[in-house]
Design a protein around this ligand. Structure first.
Ligand code: BV8
Ligand code: ZN
Length: 248
């Protein structure tokens, strides 16, 4: 791993900042072996675009297809572990008093790695709820031919994620808008910045004068507005940054 050097003023800013917000996307989980949202489809699912499956319309049209897609993705998540990028964010939470981790990811890997203050803007694929009465299901019969039903009301079970066209959980969204408004430093990590309203958070932070740092494998529409852009893998860059700021 090349020895990354970080601009001195960024290192000293991170040493003294108390309010840091980080927004993460699928790129942070890529090195855990989870394909990013845009290239998540393979095998049976290759023929579908994720946006066409992750919607209430798709679920209404073919509940079993959508249920099976999420069952396949739950299995994929079961097999993966947090990577060094996730663990670096746990280190950052330990060292920065008012750190908040806002994630678009539904894989639960940030909490698994040990982050406590996590806002899951798009839900969590491991949680399953009733599509009618919102009761959470702890267990369900995965194996049979049709979509499992709610024990309370008989409604169809669904993953507890936010589909395209659905509103984000109010309290998570409000807390993340507030975090973007008051932070001194805003990190955007492993996200293409395509999906709204999550992607508006970095712009809001920039507009209120926060220092914006982007870590991503490719440039994005946010890049021109950032104060620092590190191109590469978050699982390599974040641990190096933690070392440069806090470990010596
Ligand atoms: C809503 C859960 C409306 C489901 C997801 C305003 C403007 C424009 C559009 C809209 C808007 N408001 C609403 C919309 C429509 C829509 C939208 O944004 N569409 C997009 C396609 C344009 N938004 C919505 O529908 C949202 N709802 O706003 O409600 C409303 C309002 C009022 C009343 C009623 C309704 C809901 C959006 C949530 C959708 N659900 N997930 C599921 O997962 O199945 S979003 C889904 O896509 C993922 O969860 C993920 O969050 C997102 C993908 O984005 P990324 O995380 O950025 O992933 P991506 O693959 O794109 O990028 C990865 C990046 O990482 C890449 O840049 C890559 O280079 C980089 N990378 C790869 N490897 C690495 C790496 N970087 C570093 N290291 C590496 N190793
Ligand atoms: Zn129900």
């Amino acid at each position: 791993m090349r020895n990354l050097t970080f601009p001195h003023e960024l290192v000293s800013l991170l040493k003294r900042t108390s309010k840091l917000a980080a927004l993460t996307g699928a790129g942070v989980s890529q090195e855990s072996g989870l394909r990013t949202f845009r290239d998540a489809q393979d095998g049976l699912w290759k023929q579908y675009k994720p946006e066409d499956l992750a919607s209430p319309e798709a679920f209404a049209r073919d509940p079993k297809l959508i249920w099976d897609w999420y069952a396949w993705r739950r299995e994929a998540v079961k097999g993966v572990r947090p990577n060094p990028g996730h663990y670096a964010l746990v280190e950052i939470e330990k060292r920065i008093p008012e750190f908040i981790l806002i994630t678009q990811n539904v894989d639960g890997l940030h909490r698994m790695a040990g982050n406590k203050n996590v806002l899951e803007l798009h839900g969590n694929i491991q949680r399953v709820r009733c599509s009618d009465c919102d009761t959470f299901a702890e267990t369900w019969d995965e194996g049979n031919e049709e979509v499992p039903k709610c024990e309370e009301c008989g409604g169809l079970l669904r993953p507890d994620v936010v589909w395209f066209g659905e509103t984000l959980p109010r309290n998570q969204l409000e807390a993340s808008v507030e975090a973007a408004r008051i932070c001194d430093v805003f990190f955007s990590i492993g996200t293409s910045g395509v999906v709204q309203p999550a992607s508006s958070l970095a712009h809001a932070a920039h507009n209120q004068g926060a220092v914006v740092v982007e870590i991503n494998a490719e440039q994005t529409t946010l890049t021109p507005k950032t104060d620092y852009f590190f191109q590469g893998k978050s699982g390599e860059i974040l641990p190096e940054l933690v070392k440069a700021v806090w470990d010596h």
